[in-house]
Write a protein that binds this ligand. Sequence first.
Ligand code: SF4
Length: 289
Amino acid sequence: MELERGLQILFNLDDGMVIETIVIPCSTGRTTVCVSSQVGCAMNCQFCYTGRMGLRKHLRTSEIVEQAVFARRLFSSEFGSITNVVFMGMGEPLHNIENVLKASAIMVDDQGLHFSPRKVTVSTSGLVPQIKHFLSKSNCALAVSLNATTDEVRNWIMPINRKYNLSLLLGTLKEEIRSKHRYKVLFEYVMLAGVNDSIEDAKRLIELIRGIPCKINLISFNPHSGSRFRPTTDEKMVEFRNFLASAGCVVFMRPSRGDDRMAACGQLGEPGVIQPPMLRPPPRFQMAL
Ligand code: SF4
């Protein structure tokens, strides 16, 4: 088993559809299972392979939990046991919020999988009403896929921003997290060359997240067929990271894994013939593609 790049598990559902789960070991001893919450996704983020599928269906609670149960069974002590669960596989978890709430509750329950709530992270592209609902009902960790520092860019690469813009999203987080004890949001930031990786972006990011207890995770983009974006160079990522860190941000850089096997974040699934539309970039970004 080649575990360095993550292990991809395919599940055949009763209706013949297929979902993907990834197990990602880490040199620190942490082993994370990345579960899917939908088949495909409706959000159409422009850098995401899963988004090219459109939404096929929401997964049931049992179909979500089973991915973590199976991964846990598969991982004997020989490879180290599963320590973390992230809802970052196929789908927008908060678009299937009732099943995701139930599944994450089972994962942290003493009678269930008994993970610490801090070790179970639910990710979202920014569905504001569902974020409020999630934070009121769950103590599991929340990751917000941010990926841009202006509405102009986010409207383009994450169309959900046209409904819930940056100011509404970040204002809501600021408000809702205030009442939660020692709670930090994780901001995911996929770095796209010439699109969101300038020092000006870093400066705006620092201002945008001011007042929100948070950590930032910079993610290397994994190019795939059908994507028009290029990854930011390692040097530029380090420069961006250092700029944020020097302003006092807690920031991590996640190297890409599994990019040669279509098994990294935003790269799961199998787009069909009919795909959601690619959106026109703002004119000044056409050169970046
Ligand atoms: S990045 Fe996440 S929310 Fe966006 S299209 Fe992909 S799976 Fe859906």
